[in-house]
Design a protein around this ligand. Structure first.
Ligand code: COA
Length: 259
């Protein structure tokens, strides 16, 4: 169905695999277009409850934007217009479903900026994460200058962005850039197990909690607290909350309907 990605939906989990292993899953224009299509399909599909992004092959989640395409767009104006019309990274950031990135090997440039648009990042011990753009004479442009300092201390983000040097999985865990490090052979198992945990929670609650965190990050604290109050009222009035509370009282597993 796609040339540059694989898409599989298994038991409610949407697996999106960057699939150009011969070039370390470099993100070319075709892959951007296909990611655009697949994330829209996932957003509209009620059966896809959690998304996991991963990279094909042994060496990389993704080595970033496809360097061989640099400078090949018909014109700067046209390429800027295309990016504005199809803000892939902004759209991924706006998805209301939980997004997990399962990162191995190289995760460079857009190859770490995509995971930064996700909610939870798990990496294997061999991961090398970095934003090398300045060593090529330009700057991150898939959101990295904005998303990275929102995940890790600004000084650490600045160090990564200004040197372009990658960090290893242990350092990324220490800074909070990733949330777990696991052996390579357990990476997808752990990502799937996390996805299953999320799927056992109230779907509406997950959406509202994600909205509260992401919108709140851009608000002064008093407005963030007001946003949380509004969303909490909505959550509490939902059928899911009635079910969750009833199930907790009787010690049974809740059966959430997502409303
Ligand atoms: N765009 C296009 N092709 C890429 C690529 C990218 N970002 N990253 C790697 N590739 C290709 C290489 O050209 C090579 O192709 P070839 O076999 O046809 O020559 C193949 O992937 C394997 O890469 P190679 O460089 O041989 O692997 P390595 O293990 O020696 O080095 C890296 C790995 C990641 C250090 C190195 O590939 C690299 O620096 N890539 C560019 C990273 C980058 O700057 N990304 C940010 C772009 S914004």
């Amino acid at each position: 169905m796609f040339d540059t990605i694989l898409y599989e939906k298994l038991d409610g989990i949407a697996w999106i695999t960057l699939n150009r292993p011969d070039v370390l899953n470099a993100i070319n224009m075709r892959m951007r277009d296909e990611l655009w299509d697949v994330v829209h399909a996932v957003q509209d599909d009620p059966e896809a409850r959690v998304v996991i992004f991963k990279g094909a092959g042994e060496q990389a989640f993704s080595a970033g934007a496809d360097i061989s395409e640099f400078g090949t767009a018909p014109s700067y104006v046209e390429s800027r217009r295309a990016r504005r019309q199809r803000d892939l990274w902004g759209f991924i950031l706006s998805l209301d479903k939980p997004l997990i990135a399962a990162v191995h090997g190289y995760a460079l440039g857009a190859g770490i900026e995509l995971p930064l648009c996700c909610d939870i990042r798990i990496a294997s011990e061999d991961a090398r994460l970095g934003l090398p753009e300045v060593s090529l004479g330009y700057i991150p442009s898939a959101g990295g200058t904005q998303t990275l300092p929102r995940h890790i201390p600004p000084g650490v983000a600045m160090h990564m962005i200004l040197t372009g040097d990658p960090i290893d999985a242990a350092a990324a865990l220490r800074y909070g850039l990733i949330q777990r490090v696991v052996p390579r052979q357990r990476l997808y198992q752990e990502a799937e197990s996390l996805a299953r945990t999320l799927m056992s929670r109230g779907p509406l609650a997950l959406r509202l909690a994600k909205q509260a965190v992401l919108e709140g990050l851009n608000l002064p604290l008093p407005q963030g607290l007001a946003l949380e109050r509004r969303l909490a009222r909505r959550a509490l009035a939902s059928a899911d909350a009635q079910e969750g509370i009833a199930a907790a009282r009787t010690g049974r597993q809740p059966r959430f309907s997502g409303v």
